[in-house]
Design a protein around this ligand. Structure first.
Ligand SMILES: *[C@@H]1O[C@H](CO)[C@@H](O)[C@H](O)[C@H]1NC(C)=O
Ligand SMILES: *[C@@H]1O[C@H](CO)[C@@H](O)[C@H](O)[C@H]1NC(C)=O
Length: 597
């Protein structure tokens, strides 16, 4: 008995060790698993954040990824933008964007004024791209592409809306499906459109099948009024698959999953009838003869014809967008310098390139750089304004920046929090500035909330004052209104406190600077509740209830888990205590011989 005690003690120690290990093991496994998952999923995500010193609250996401604002009298939301610097003298004209992404409830075309106030918003099915003002037959139209985006290009049509926002023309390519990338109305009232046409091709040169498929980069020039096809050009007639920088991956085996080797994303034409085509995946800008369709020259990529006078800056652009003529011997483009989300952090820049075409020399005149080094992993554009200033739309990054011609920043506008730009929660393919007069053929909207009348008129650009008119209370057979208040328009929606003189029926008229009535709301009465505001509050209450329910579930789940662990642990600690007792009991047993069970 005396001799046995140390060995028994040692045995208990050993056993205790093994128990400790067994108890630690799950913890170690969980830590390893969590660590691995963290490295696999969280670290790449964290690397995608673009936190920088000096980001504003807006850019850090204090107001959301893509801050928005809702209205009482109008259903669609507007974007809340941030303009910097605070005293920026931005171009005073309207901004045309088509925001989309997870942070945009209703995607569609949108006009904002220079202060970022909503002017017009439309909710479109599918995807809306490339929203801008263009001139056709001496009149301004807002144009956009609408359709379904798939596999990096689109199936849809181009829409032309007049100043009343009525669709006047729908343009589609002749005999082929329309793509979303570009729609340019020329000074001859013709349309240039891009097309992604799947064609059979031998892809062995890029490691693909001999009987494979590629997306041919096609553009057409169409007479808008008659729909007649005037010109067609195909990249595959001149550029083989191996001129591409785009990885083949598993593409090229099926018609619907063709190899997107060229990726035509802009088409322009100058007064001399020369086309300018951008092929993103070949890193080329190509000048095409307007009559023969022959290539006159290629800038960039594997077929570059130019000697670079700026150490590669003029010809080494890659994954570029929006190549435009600026004169017979100068072009602009956006050098994206990035493709997709490969994680590398490279800056996108706008380029103004001067060409000596006979000598085949190219030189960068100006580079447009963003101070925060924005990266447009896709999309984007560069517009030279008629003031000479330059507007760069950062595409996948929800921002646009105005520069002087020399490249100094005039005004930087964000419509999403820049720390999360890589996630693409809100993007606009392109951003434009332009003049616009909107005279909608709808009625102005009004709704009552908080003892006030809220009025707005989606798309109207000429309202200066709102005029509140009340029923004179004389006779219901002949309802006549008298003006009781005039309020200056304050942004998209104007709030008019209900004056005591309004007892029942009223209406609100929109007036221009000359005091002429542009339009009048329906007749409303104080009794009628505002259905729209109640809808909004029901919706937000729904969200709050769901959030509370989710939080409850989470807390209850945690409580259950913790209490289960607790319950398990208590009997085990008691058990180990008893085990020693049991052990001693066992020893006694062996001494006394086996006891009946
Ligand atoms: C417009 O038409 C004229 C005459 O056919 C032609 O010379 C010119 O190049 C055309 N311009 C554009 C931009 O198509
Ligand atoms: C309605 O009332 C106005 C002014 O009170 C009067 O000028 C107008 O003639 C009336 N119209 C009818 C149809 O009674």
């Amino acid at each position: 008995m005396f001799m046995r005690t140390p060995s028994a003690l040692r045995l208990t120690w050993l056993r205790g060790d093994r128990h400790g290990l067994r108890r630690l093991l799950p913890g170690i496994l969980v830590a390893i698993g969590a660590g691995l998952l963290f490295c696999l999923f969280a670290v790449p995500q964290l690397a995608r954040f673009r936190f920088r010193a000096g980001l504003s609250k807006y850019d850090l996401g204090f107001y959301g990824f893509g801050p928005s604002q809702s209205f009482v009298s109008f259903d669609e939301e507007s974007r809340i933008i941030e303009i910097s610097p605070a005293n920026a003298q931005c171009d005073p004209r309207y901004t045309f964007i088509a925001p989309r992404g997870d942070s945009v409830a209703h995607a569609g075309p949108m006009i904002l004024d220079a202060q970022g106030e909503l002017v017009w918003a439309k909710y479109n099915w599918g995807t809306t791209q490339d929203f801008k003002v263009q001139r056709f037959q001496g009149q301004d139209y807002v144009t956009y592409w609408q359709g379904d985006e798939e596999d990096g290009h689109g199936r849809g049509s181009w829409y032309m809306l007049d100043s009343t926002y009525t669709i006047r023309y729908i343009v589609s390519p002749v005999g082929l499906e329309g793509d979303l990338h570009d729609f340019v109305i020329t000074s001859n009232d013709t349309a240039l459109v891009t097309i992604y046409d799947p064609i059979p091709a031998d892809l062995t040169a890029v490691g693909g099948p001999e009987l494979g498929w590629l997306y041919d980069g096609v553009f057409q020039e169409i007479d808008i009024a008659t729909g007649e096809l005037l010109f067609e050009w195909r990249s595959s007639d001149f550029y083989p698959p191996e001129s591409s920088y785009y990885p083949l991956n598993d593409r090229g085996h099926e018609r619907t999953l063709g190899y997107d080797y060229y990726h035509m994303n802009s088409i322009d034409k100058d007064d001399q009838g020369r086309y300018l085509v951008s092929g993103r995946h070949t890193h080329t800008v190509t000048c095409v003869d307007g009559t023969t369709g022959q290539i006159l020259w290629t800038l960039g990529g594997k077929h570059n014809d130019f000697h670079d006078e700026s150490d590669g800056a003029a010809t080494d652009f890659n994954w570029q967008h929006d190549a435009r003529w600026q004169s017979p011997n100068s072009i602009t483009l956006l050098n994206n310098n990035a493709n997709g989300e490969d994680g590398s952090s490279r800056d996108t820049v706008g380029l103004f390139i001067e060409l000596d075409i006979p000598a085949r020399q190219a030189k960068v005149r100006t580079t447009y750089v963003h101070p925060q080094g924005l990266m447009a992993t896709s999309q984007g554009n560069l517009q030279v304004l008629d003031t000479g200033n330059v507007l760069v739309g950062w595409g996948h990054s929800a921002a646009f920046t105005e520069y002087t011609a020399e490249g100094e920043i005039v005004c930087d506008v964000h419509f999403g929090a820049s720390a999360y730009f890589t996630f693409g929660r809100i993007v606009s393919y392109r951003s434009f500035k332009g003049d616009w007069v909107g005279r909608p053929n709808t009625l102005p909207d009004a709704a009552i909330a908080d003892d006030s009348i809220f009025v707005s008129w989606n798309g109207a650009t000429e309202i200066v004052t709102w005029c509140l008119e009340a029923w004179d209370g004389e006779s219901l057979d002949n309802v006549t209104f008298t003006t009781v208040d005039q309020v200056e328009r304050t942004g998209f929606e104007t709030r008019i406190p209900i004056p005591p003189s309004i007892t029942s029926y009223f209406r609100v008229s929109a007036m221009n600077i000359e005091g002429e009535v542009l339009g009048t709301t329906e007749t409303l009465s104080l009794g009628s509740p505002s259905s729209r505001s109640s809808y909004v509050s029901i919706r937000s209450w729904g969200v709050i209830i769901i959030a509370i329910f989710a939080l409850g579930c989470l807390l209850f789940g945690c409580f259950c888990a913790v209490s289960r662990v607790w319950r398990r642990r208590r009997p085990r600690s008691g058990g180990s205590y008893q085990l020693v007792g049991h052990k001693e009991h066992d020893d006694n047993e062996s001494e006394n011989g086996r006891l009946p069970i």
